[in-house]
Design a protein around this ligand. Structure first.
Ligand code: ATP
Ligand code: MG
Length: 363
C-alpha cells in the first residue's frame, strides 16, 4: 500500500482545533487498513512567529515541498495584528502559495440535504448541489502590468489595471478543470467574456483547442461570465466543474459559497504544477482562524474534514475513501448532529470534538 505524505499545518485560533479532528479521521483510515499516511506537523502563522520569529520557517517550507499534500488550518489573530507585513501570520500562507506555485484554486459548493431545509434559498434549488469552481489564481487582472494611477495634464487621475493571460496559463488551468471533471460528472463549463475582452477570446480559443486535442471525452460548454452568475443563482445544479479566470473566479466562487450556508462547511484546494508525478497541493477550509470562538470547542470541523476529503480524492487518488468520508459527513448531518453555526435557534449543538467523533463513528 502506498504511503501518502501529509504535512499538517494547524496554525492559529480554531486551526488547531479543527486540525485535531482531521487527525482523528486519518487515524481511522489507517486503523481500517484503507490507506497509509505519514503525517508530519509543523507551525505556521502566529504560532510560528511566537516560536521562530517568522510566520513559516525554512524547515516547514522544505517539509511542504517534500509532502504529497499540505493540510492547512487557519492563521492570524489579534495577538499578531501589530507586526509588520512580512511578519504577519498571513504571510506564511502567501509564501506557501507562491513557493509551491499554486495556480489553481478549487472551491466546491456542496449543499448537504440535511441543511437544504434550513437554507434561506428555495430548497429544490440547492438540495444535492455539488459543483466545483476552478479559479485561476496567479494571473489575470490582479497581477497584469501596467497597474497604476497616473495624474493627467488636466489634473484628472487615470487608473489602469491590465488583464493578461498567456495560452500556457490558460491551458494549465483548463487541464486541471478537465482532469477534475473526469473524476466527477465529466462536465466542464468555461466562463469568460469573449464578447468584450481579448483575454476572453484567447481563453475560449485555448480551452476549445485543448478540449479537442486531449479531453474530447469530457463535456464542454462555454458561458459568458455575467450569464454564469445569473445561472448560478437560477439553476446552480446544471454545473459540475466551472473554470474561470482570477477575477471572475473571485466573484463566482463567492456567489456559489452563499448557496451552501455556513463558512464552517466550505473546504478548498489549491493546486500547482506536476513535479515527479505528483501535483503540488494545499488543502484548507475557506474560513479563517475565528478568534471569537477559538479555544471553546465551538468550531465546526466539517470544512477542514471536507478539505481532507478533497486531498484523498485529488492528491492521493483514494476516490472511494473520499466518497466514504463525504458520506459519513452527510449521514452525521442527516442524523441531526449540528455544531452551533449550523444549528437552528433552539436546537441543541455539539462541540468540535463531538462532531469529529460523530463523523468517525459514521465511518
Ligand atoms: P480571515 O480574514 O482569516 O478569513 P475572517 O475574519 O474573514 O478571517 P473567520 O475567521 O472565518 O473570518 O470568521 C468569520 C465568522 O465566521 C466568525 O464569526 C467566526 O466565528 C465564524 N466561523 C468561521 N469559521 C467557523 C467554523 N469553522 N465554525 C463555526 N464558525 C466559524
Ligand atoms: Mg475572510
Amino acid at each position: 500500500m502506498a504511503t501518502h505524505k501529509i504535512l499538517l499545518l494547524p496554525g492559529d485560533g480554531i486551526g488547531p482545533e479543527v486540525a485535531q479532528e482531521v487527525s482523528k479521521v486519518l487515524a481511522w483510515f489507517t486503523r481500517a487498513g484503507i490507506a497509509q499516511f505519514e503525517t508530519e506537523t509543523d507551525l505556521v502563522g502566529g504560532a510560528a512567529i511566537d516560536a521562530h520569529g517568522v510566520p513559516l520557517s525554512e524547515a516547514a517550507m522544505d517539509r511542504a515541498k517534500a509532502a504529497d499534500a499540505v493540510l492547512f488550518g487557519a492563521v492570524g489573530g489579534p495577538k499578531w495584528a501589530g507586526v509588520s507585513y512580512a511578519k504577519r501570520p498571513e504571510a506564511g500562507l502567501l509564501r506557501l502559495r507562491k513557493d509551491l506555485g499554486l495556480f489553481a484554486n478549487l472551491r466546491p459548493a456542496i449543499c448537504y440535504p440535511a441543511l437544504a431545509e434550513a437554507s434561506a434559498l428555495k430548497r429544490e434549488l440547492v438540495e444535492g448541489l455539488d459543483i466545483v469552481i476552478v479559479r485561476e489564481l496567479t494571473g489575470g487582472v490582479y497581477f497584469g502590468e501596467p497597474k497604476e494611477i497616473v495624474t493627467l495634464e488636466d489634473g484628472q487621475k487615470r487608473a489602469v489595471d491590465t488583464q493578461v493571460y498567456t495560452t500556457g496559463e490558460i491551458e494549465r488551468i483548463a487541464a486541471v478543470a478537465f482532469d477534475l471533471a473526469r473524476k466527477r460528472r465529466n462536465k466542464v463549463a468555461s466562463a469568460e467574456k469573449h464578447n468584450v475582452m481579448k483575454t476572453g477570446v484567447l481563453w475560449k480559443e485555448t480551452v476549445t483547442k485543448l478540449h479537442a486535442e486531449q479531453y474530447s471525452d469530457v463535456g464542454l460548454e462555454h458561458v459568458l461570465a455575467d450569464n454564469c452568475a445569473m445561472q448560478l443563482v437560477r439553476n446552480p445544479k446544471q454545473y459540475d466543474v466551472l473554470v474561470t479566470d482570477n477575477l471572475f473566479g473571485d466573484i463566482l466562487s463567492d456567489v456559489a459559497a452563499m448557496l451552501t450556508g455556513s463558512l464552517g462547511m466550505l473546504p478548498s484546494a489549491s493546486l500547482g504544477a506536476v513535479e515527479n508525478g505528483t501535483r503540488r497541493a494545499l488543502y484548507e477550509p475557506v474560513h479563517g482562524s475565528a478568534p471569537d470562538i477559538a479555544g471553546q470547542n465551538l468550531a465546526n470541523p466539517i470544512a477542514m474534514i471536507g478539505s481532507l476529503a478533497m486531498a484523498l480524492r485529488y492528491s492521493f487518488g483514494l476516490l472511494e475513501a473520499a466518497d466514504q468520508l463525504e458520506g459519513a459527513i452527510t449521514r452525521t448531518l442527516a442524523a441531526g448532529t449540528r455544531t452551533r453555526d449550523i444549528a437552528g435557534p433552539g436546537t441543541n449543538a455539539v462541540g468540535t470534538t463531538e462532531m469529529g467523533d460523530a463523523i468517525v463513528r459514521e465511518l
